[in-house]
Design a protein around this ligand. Structure first.
Ligand SMILES: [Zn+2]
Length: 391
């Protein structure tokens, strides 16, 4: 498993802009070459090395960093081919030239860490120098050998360095005998099959509103003007704030859910009905949802929990008690079954359906089935009442 450790990079010097994009050179080569030349990954790698002889800037860059760029260009090209082959509808993602470089990547050479792991030195011929590292993650946990890649990224708030760390993180947790299904929403972040609701945090909603405002402001400014440039910078900072707050929230929420359940089932959002929601609200939630489910899967692996998604079809329309199809529009917030008289919050009903759907799947290991869904529900309740009495 590859872990990612991101540390703020202090130092004003332009470390990332000096990667003058072997990407683009490789891409240009691919576009200009004829069909029978058969450009492939190896050819691009070689080209990147040839560039080192031809251009001074390329020779200064660490050779592995140059190759990382060639690989990036190749993956863009092969992604495009794959999309064409699979006949993906809509745009196929024809590789584009990059206007500015936002990152430079090193593998195992070209950099060094200080003894106390608080400073990073870039040792290639650019002499970018030594930088102080500031961040919450402690690099002392890892040996230098475990660090497979070092990527320097330019973000709105300065430079960051990401360490790609090769670790097999395994921290199994004791069984809780609890299973849960979750329905991700827009107003509430999610509702689970026990009827618990986790809301979007207020601070996140606030910064998302600020982001929208700044987006509008930027569009209102004259192109090429000074004020536009200012607005772009402000917008960048707002984006940065929202994305780091989202990440924090996703990590915390996913961790809590994994700690208190042996199994978490969610909806596959890729196949979720796209017209269901307002476009903008949808695009905002999309980012948060996929970030959240990525962390769910990650913590699931680390802590030995079962996490997977099911197709969302009918999860909101069917009755979770008797299976009757109870059609409802978006505005109907309550599920009322005419057949078995079940009355539930719409999202709660959906979350139970998601859990039931997951329970019918082969991905549930035999060992889990020693506990039934009903027992899982009551074991949750027992724990809660114990908790209340101990307060
Ligand atoms: Zn029913």
């Amino acid at each position: 498993m590859m872990g990612n450790c991101q540390v703020r990079f202090l130092g004003g010097r332009d470390a990332a802009t000096y990667a003058l994009l072997p990407d683009n050179k490789c891409l240009a080569y691919w576009i200009e070459s004829s069909r029978d030349e058969k450009v492939n990954r190896n050819r691009l790698n070689k080209l990147a090395l040839e560039l080192r002889k031809e251009y001074e800037w390329a020779s200064k860059l660490n050779s592995q960093a140059t190759q990382a760029h060639a690989e990036r260009a190749w993956s863009a090209i092969s992604r495009f081919f794959d999309n064409c082959k699979k006949k993906v509808p809509g745009k196929k993602g024809y590789p584009k030239f990059k206007k500015n470089s936002r990152s430079v990547e090193y593998k195992i050479t070209g950099w060094n860490l200080s003894e106390d792991r608080k400073k990073l030195t870039l040792t290639d011929d650019f002499n970018a120098g030594t930088f102080k590292l500031k961040g919450t993650r402690d690099l002392n946990w890892y040996t230098k050998k475990q660090i497979k890649r070092v990527r320097i990224v330019r973000r709105a708030k300065g430079y960051f360095v990401q360490f790609c760390i090769d670790v097999e993180r395994s921290e199994p947790l004791p069984r809780t005998n609890k299973f849960v299904g979750i329905d991700l929403g827009i107003k509430e972040f999610y509702t689970d099959s026990n009827g618990e609701v986790v809301n979007n945090p207020r601070y996140l909603r606030k910064s998302e509103l600020r982001l929208k405002r700044r987006q509008r402001r930027k569009s209102a400014r004259v192109k090429g003007g000074k004020n536009r440039l200012k607005a772009i910078k402000k917008l960048g900072r707002a984006h940065f704030k929202v994305s780091s707050q989202r990440k924090d929230f996703a990590i915390k929420t996913a961790k809590a859910l994994i700690q208190s359940n042996d199994m978490v089932i969610y909806e596959d959002l890729k196949v979720r009905n796209m017209v269901k929601n307002h476009k903008l609200a949808k695009s905002i939630s999309d980012v948060s949802w996929s970030m959240f489910t990525d962390w769910l899967e990650y913590f699931g692996k680390v802590h030995g929990r079962i996490v997977f998604s099911v197709a969302p079809h009918w999860t909101s329309q069917n009755c979770s008690n008797c299976g009757e199809l109870v059609k409802k529009s978006l505005s109907t917030r309550t599920h009322q079954c005419p057949k078995c008289q079940t009355v539930l919050d719409r999202d709660h009903n959906a979350a139970i359906n998601i859990l039931n759907k997951g329970w019918g799947d082969d991905r549930v290991p035999q060992g889990m089935r020693e506990v039934t869904l009903e027992e899982s529900r009551t074991s949750g309740r027992v724990e809660q009442s114990l908790l209340l009495s101990s307060l």
